[in-house]
Design a protein around this ligand. Sequence first.
Ligand code: MN9
Length: 292
Amino acid sequence: MGKDIKGLLAALTTPYTPSGEIDYKQLREIVEFLIRQGMNGFYVCGSTGEAFLLTDEERKKIVEVVVNQVAGRVPVVAHIGNIGTRKTIELGLHAKAVGVDAISSVSPFYYKFSYGEIKSYYDRVADACELPMIVYNFPSLVGTQFSIEQLEGLLSHSLIKGLKHTSQDLYQLERIKNRRSDLVVYNGFDEMLLSGLIAGADGGIGSTYNCMPQLYINLLDHFKAGDIEEAKLLQSKANHVIEYIVKYGVMQSVKVLLGCYGFEDNGCREPFKMLKEEEKKVLQQVFKQYLS
Ligand code: MN9
C-alpha cells in the first residue's frame, strides 16, 4: 500500500439535510471531529456511507469533499463497488484522479456471479484503476461465502493489497494473514475488533467508529501495549452500545449517537426507516451511560 494504511479507519457515515440532500458542510465537520479524536483514516462511500442509496455523482462528490477536507493528514480509501465492472471502473478512475490512497469494492452481487466472474471483476478493476485495492468481503450482506483458497485467489492480483473482512469467521482471517503476511487485513465487525486483532488483523474498518472513536483508539492502544484485560473491558463497553445499535438499525443509530456530540441527525435514505423517538431516547441514554 502507498501510505501505511493500518490502524482504525472510520467507515464514514453520510449526513443529510432535512430535505434528504447530502449535507457536505456536516460531512466536513464529522471528518474533522474524527481526525481530532485520532482516527487513522477513512473508508468512504461504503455500506455505512449508504453507497447504494447514492447517485454516482453524489458518490464522486463525497470522495472529493473528504479528500479535500482530509488534505493528506490520514489515508482515504474510496469504496467504488457496484454490480457492474464498468461503473466500478468509472468510480475508481474518478477516485484516482481525486487523489485517494486506495480503492475498495465489495464483491459484485445480485446476479449470483460465478467465482471466476468475481475474480475477473477484481482483476479488471485493479488493472484499469492502477491503485492499491482492498477486497471487501461481507458474506452476510452479499450472500457469497468464499473458502480460504477462494479468498486467497481473489487477493492474488499484484495491486490488491488488503482485505476488509466483515465476517465472524476469524479462522479465515487468521489463515489469510498467515499465508499472506504482506497483505493489510482489517477486522470488519466492530464487536469483534479485539478478537480480530488477536487473530492477526492489522486494524479495523467500522461503522461504529464514527460514534465511539476514542473508545476504539484506546482499545487498539491497549492491545498494542499488551494490556489485553483493559482492551477486553473496552470491547465489552463497545458491545454494550453495539447491542442497541444493531437492535435499532446500524445506519440510523450511528447518526443518533453522532447527534449526542452535537451533529444534526436527519436519518438515512429510504427504505431505511426513521427511528422512533423512544428508540432515539434509549440510544441517548446508552450514550450517557457508556460514552460520556
Ligand atoms: O462492515 C460494518 N458495517 C455495516 C461492517 O455492517 C454497515 C460493521 O461496522 C458493523 O456495522 C458493526 C455492527 O455490527 O460491526
